[in-house]
Design a binder for this molecule. Sequence first.
Ligand code: FES
Length: 387
Amino acid sequence: MNDLKLDGLGKKERLKFKNLSKDREKVMASTPLDNIKVDYNTNEIARSLHPKLQYVKVIDIINESSDVKTFLLAPNEEKGTKKLAYFKAGQYISVRIRIGKCLYKRPYTLSCSPKLALNNRYTITIKRKEEGVVSNHFFNNITVGSSFVVSAPSGTFCYERIRDAKNVIAIAGGSGITPFISMAEAINDQLLNFNLTILYGAKTRKDIIFKEKLDKLSSHEKIKVKYILSEEESDKYETGFIEKETIDPYLVEENSFFVCGPMELYKHINEVLKEYNLAKKFIRTDLFFSEIEVRREENFNVKVITKDKEFNITCNGKETLLSAIEKNGILAPSSCHVGVCGLCRSKLISGKIKTFDSDLRVSDKNLNYIHPCSSFPESDIVIKLPN
Ligand code: FES
């Protein structure tokens, strides 16, 4: 007590301060236990915003094109989920699907306005990929009435008023349009307030997803949409790739760029954006790692060490370590599958990997920690999963 600086306090106040903890202890001891409230409104709100898991069922399926479908999801009340958590436009849910003996987790961006969550609905839009175990499962086996488990919405590929400019240039490739349809709908529903220009690159007209919706949304004064086709010539569309000349007409004094699509789009746009010499915070990316071109057509031996077991599996140079781990029925923590959430962070005991993970902390790199969701083997590997 003598060490404390209590300048400015009178004797009476100092005494009060001295007795504070004693008095508090007395009050606590005399309070009957049944008066203590154990659950506050804030706890309830936190639980509804961040549920550990949500049980959902498919109530409708919309064919967007020959290889793209949108699944409308509602809470599966029989399993205990009464309400779906709210989300921010641009966030994803991690879908957990059991196929055979293996449990797969895949992140899918919510392709609707957050307003839909208030009506207890989500949509996810899935493009079928030739080698995609989960996307093929959705196309072949998931029907109206199917149910599965999803995570709470997460991800940071969202508009933030404090960080981002009021003028946003969204550059999308292929199915990378999903976060932007959600942002455009949120603007239309007055949940977000910024100017959004979507520059949407697709191979041909039939590869454009949500064309009708996007055309309707572009009648909003804050939303513009431009399509750029790389493999088809057509009077009404620009042909080629998204270049500086495509972007320039939409720029104002301060702009934020959001990029989402396959790796080749990201690599190309990265070069284009260098010409603007922008601060890092003005470029936000959401890579779809499944389309990375690392591609060493070679099988490697991978020893996977978990808390109580060791597994010997093989992983092709074309697939991520996490994908091979899941395929072999080994439970591994994960959520985003793009090297962002950190849940799959594992120790690389030996071997060489290739990664495009820019979110890995320097200290993790130095201590040989990796994200198996965004790492491809380049030799035989020994890896220890988180407990
Ligand atoms: S699953 Fe999110 S970092 Fe690997």
